[in-house]
Design a protein around this ligand. Structure first.
Ligand SMILES: NC(=O)c1ccc[n+]([C@@H]2O[C@H](COP(=O)([O-])OP(=O)(O)OC[C@H]3O[C@@H](n4cnc5c(N)ncnc54)[C@H](OP(=O)(O)O)[C@@H]3O)[C@@H](O)[C@H]2O)c1
Length: 235
């Protein structure tokens, strides 16, 4: 049980972040959720939502500092919010490249920057990044997405070493295709049959497992894939 624990989850309105928030709430934790849209949970009593656009870096850093001042004790951070765009590099304008990296890499670094002093002060805590299989291997049309996820993985490895003496555990979870609204505008999605996709609730269970994982050890990385790799392209 995570009673008396408070976790900050970005991207709590949908998909993986919503499932993570749900399982944390069901296990007695308080969840501070960040996203642009609000989602209602059955256990609303312990859910506190903040409407923040994480691609606005300065503003979101300041908003998160205010949240931290208010709650003071934070036990962990699930850095999850993000999106995907997959096409050849020449089809992105410099502006689009910058915007994409802001949300999918820089905002994770900046929010971690805001939270770290609080976790260090408590001399305990977890930081869990939701990476991707694209953090492990670059693929056609995934140049920007992989750049961000490889970057997040490198960041996670460095921060893990920096925080170890403060008893803060840093983990990155790298899923393959998870059935979420992530694919809504992408033109492709995972297969629909058994074994062709990961359920977001399974990623939630993994986050819970990480939070309950033994003292004196850290789970560095968890990679997970659907049993079968099937990609369906929209007609
Ligand atoms: N689905 C997959 O196959 C898969 C696989 C590996 C890794 N991932 C990663 O998992 C994470 C979550 O993806 P998902 O599959 O759960 O997708 P999703 O269902 O589309 O959820 C994305 C979440 O991020 C939030 N978000 C997006 N832009 C935001 C912004 N500018 N400011 C604040 N919040 C923002 C969204 O909230 P609002 O729209 O309300 O702002 C939403 O809650 C992403 O980092 C993604 O790269 C996904």
């Amino acid at each position: 049980m995570l009673k008396n624990k408070t976790y900050l989850v970005t991207g709590s309105s949908s998909g993986i972040g919503k499932s993570v928030s749900e399982i944390l709430l069901n296990n007695g934790a308080k969840v501070i959720g960040i996203s642009r849209k609000k989602t209602l949970f059955k256990k609303t009593k312990n859910y506190f939502h903040y409407e923040i656009d994480l691609s606005d870096l300065e503003k979101s850093y300041n908003e998160v500092l205010k949240i931290l001042l208010k709650y003071n004790k934070i036990d962990g951070f699930v850095s999850n919010a993000g999106n995907g765009v997959f096409k050849s590099l020449e089809n992105f304008s410099p502006y689009q490249i910058n915007q994409f990296i802001k949300l999918n890499l820089t905002s994770h670094i900046i929010i971690t920057r805001a939270i770290l002093p609080y976790l260090k002060k408590n001399k305990t805590g977890n930081i869990i990044f939701i990476g991707s299989e694209s953090a492990l291997k670059g693929k056609k049309y995934g140049s920007l997405y992989s750049s961000c996820k490889f970057g997040l993985r490198g960041f996670s490895q460095s921060i893990r070493e920096e925080c170890a003496n403060n008893n803060i555990k840093v983990t990155i979870v790298n899923p393959g295709m998870v059935k979420t609204p992530f694919f809504k505008k992408l033109g492709f999605s995972p297969g629909k049959s058994f074994g062709e996709f990961i359920e977001s609730s399974e990623v939630g269970k993994i986050v819970l497992y990480i939070l309950n994982f033994g003292d004196g050890m850290v789970l560095d990385e968890i990679n997970l894939s659907p049993l079968k790799k099937v990609i369906k392209f929209d007609k």
